[in-house]
Design a binder for this molecule. Sequence first.
Ligand code: SF4
Length: 78
Amino acid sequence: MPGIFIDVEVDDSIRNDPELAKKLEDACPVDIYAVRDGSVEIVEDNLDECVLCELCTAAAPKGKLRVRKLYDGTALES
Ligand code: SF4
């Protein structure tokens, strides 16, 4: 199920980077990212657990990852 409060957008240009996928999987404290066949998978069931820690946006290349706060229309950006 997609998140009600949070959505995560990963740019296609980095989605298939296995190193980044692993970095995101390791960084997120609530397991929103997983490595699947060497690509970044978003674990939709966990989206609303996001604690806005910014570890994922810090790990991703600039402008390529966005954590959208659906409840107020703002976002955290890498
Ligand atoms: S901001 Fe933190 S909790 Fe939210 S998706 Fe990124 S790493 Fe996970």
